[in-house]
Design a binder for this molecule. Structure first.
Ligand code: ZN
Length: 267
């Protein structure tokens, strides 16, 4: 009886999940509650704890309104501008002399904004999901360095599809600043999630909470304070949030940094 009241009192909005310490066994961040259209589902991940269940609740008018708003937002789909086209060799400054590390990433991940000559990374809502936004990197000295095409607040994700990380329940990712770092770690079998800046938005937290158990925070070395703050904030959203101190931006693939990262991801 107690647990049902406890869960109702959390007032979780429709389609939201909250993660917290287990009220039954005290397990740290092992307890989740989801409101799936008025069905509350709760569960503790600790094997030794058997708390879990489901309960139908009456939605408040406020909650129903909110859920309608959510649907309305989702329906406003993002449309990629017609001047963003398939990448061709034109984008490379010197294709004969070999591609730079940046150009190699463009080749694997990007489309081409032929109006502003930008390499465009697509932002999807899940691994095989729909395109919700796009962000274009300058291919020369032009400003701004990055241009956001839509108005989503979704992070950019370079999914690891090699299956070398994320197996055996070790559902982890590394949180970085930009698309280049995210794509670089993917080469090493790790899913990279880019904040596209240094601010951790609510949308980022929800996305991480819904997709990963463990997050390694590795913003660029000049943002150590921010890194520590983000780790602290994430602690109530994922099982494990850890900080990787790097000597250089991950996109430069410093050997020690990559090795330390792998160790953190897999241990
Ligand atoms: Zn428990």
């Amino acid at each position: 009886m107690y647990i049902e009241t406890f869960i109702q009192d959390l007032n979780i909005d429709i389609d939201m999940t909250r993660r917290m310490d287990c009220p039954n066994c005290g397990g740290k961040n092992t307890f989740t509650v989801t409101n799936s259209m008025g069905n509350l589902l709760w569960n503790c991940y600790k094997a030794s704890c058997n708390v879990g269940g489901t309960q139908r609740i009456n939605l408040t008018v406020e909650q129903i309104k909110k859920s309608k708003q959510n649907v309305a937002v989702k329906e406003k789909t993002f449309v990629l501008p017609e001047y963003v086209v398939k990448l061709s060799e034109d984008i490379f400054k010197n294709p004969i002399g070999g591609l730079s590390w940046k150009e190699k990433i463009w080749k694997d991940y990007c489309l081409h904004d032929i109006k502003e000559d930008r390499a465009v990374f697509l932002i999807k809502d899940s691994e095989k999901g729909v395109i919700v936004d796009a962000i274009g990197a300058a291919t020369d000295k032009r400003l701004p360095k990055w241009k956001r095409y839509g108005s989503s607040r979704h992070p950019f994700v370079a999914w690891n599809t090699t299956g070398t990380a994320g197996d055996g329940g070790n559902n982890s990712c590394v949180l970085v600043e930009d698309c280049y770092s995210a794509c670089t770690v993917t080469k090493h079998g790790i899913t990279g999630v880019a904040l596209l800046g240094t601010s951790l938005l609510d949308e980022h937290k929800k996305f991480l909470c819904n997709n990963f158990d463990k997050v390694v925070v590795a913003l660029d070395p000049d943002a150590l304070q921010k890194t520590l703050q983000i780790r602290k904030e994430l602690q109530s959203w994922v099982d494990k949030a850890v900080v990787l101190r790097i000597t250089d931006d991950l996109k430069y693939e410093d050997k020690t940094d990559i090795n330390n990262l792998k160790e953190m991801i897999w241990n």
